[in-house]
Design a protein around this ligand. Sequence first.
Ligand code: PXP
Length: 259
Amino acid sequence: MLTKPLGRLRLGVNIDHVATIRNARGGAAPDPVRAAKVAEAAGADGITAHLREDRRHIVDADIEAIIEAISIPLNFEMAATEEMQKIALRHRPHAVCIVPERREERTTEGGLEVAREENRLAHFIAPLREAGCRVSIFIAADRRQIEAAARIGAPVIELHTGAYCDYHAEGRFEERDAELARLRDMAAFGHSLGLEVHAGHGLTYETAAEVSVFPEVMELNIGHFLIGEAIFSGLDSAIRRMRDVMDRARREAFGAGAA
Ligand code: PXP
C-alpha cells in the first residue's frame, strides 16, 4: 500500500434526492439545480446525478439545467442502455459512471457484473470515451470485477461501499471491519492495474472518514446522507462538514500536507 495519498481527495455531491422530494409533490421545489449551486459554493468538487430509466428523481431537463448552472464537473450516473448512451453523448458530461439498474430496487443495490458482460460493456463505453467522458464503472470490491473493468478499458472504478456502511449502521462490527479491509485491499489492487479508484454509496461522516484514509482513493460520491443532514443543518453546512471530515482523516493519517 502507498504511504502517501495519490492526490487530493475529491468530493462529489449527489443531488438525486433533492429531486426525489420535489417529485413527491410534482412541482418545481426543491430545485436540484439550486442544490448543485449550493454544493459548488460549499466546496464540492463535482455534482453527481443519476438519470434512472423510470425518472424517479432526476429528469432529463435537470441534466441540461445542471450542466448550464455549474462550473464544476458533472458526473452522470447511468445504466448501460442505448437510451442513456444517447443522452450522455448528447451532453458529453465530464464523467459518466456506469451503474447497474433494476426497476424494483430502491437504490443501486450492487455493483455492475462487468466480468459477465465484458464484451458488451467494452463496446458500450468505447464511444463515451471517444466523446471525451471519463468513464467509471461502479463495482463491488471484488478482484474479478476489477480485473474485468481494467480489461474493458475503463480508466476509473468506483468501489461500492454500501455493504460496509450497512454493517456499520447495524453494529455488525466484525463484518464491517472485514468489508473495510476488503475495500482497502481492492483500492490498492485497482490502482496496481492502472485504474483511478473512487468510492461511494451509503457513506456518512463516520464511514467516509474511514474510507478517506485509503491513499489510492481519489474521489468519494455521497448523496443520501448529505441530503438527509441538510434537513437538520442545511446543505451548505452538511457539505462543509463532510469536506472537513475527509480532510481531517487524511491529515491525521498522512500528515499536514495530505489534505
Ligand atoms: N455512487 C454511485 C455509483 C451511486 O449509484 C450512488 C447512489 O446513486 C452514490 C454514489 C451515492 O450513494 P448515496 O446516495 O447512498 O450516498
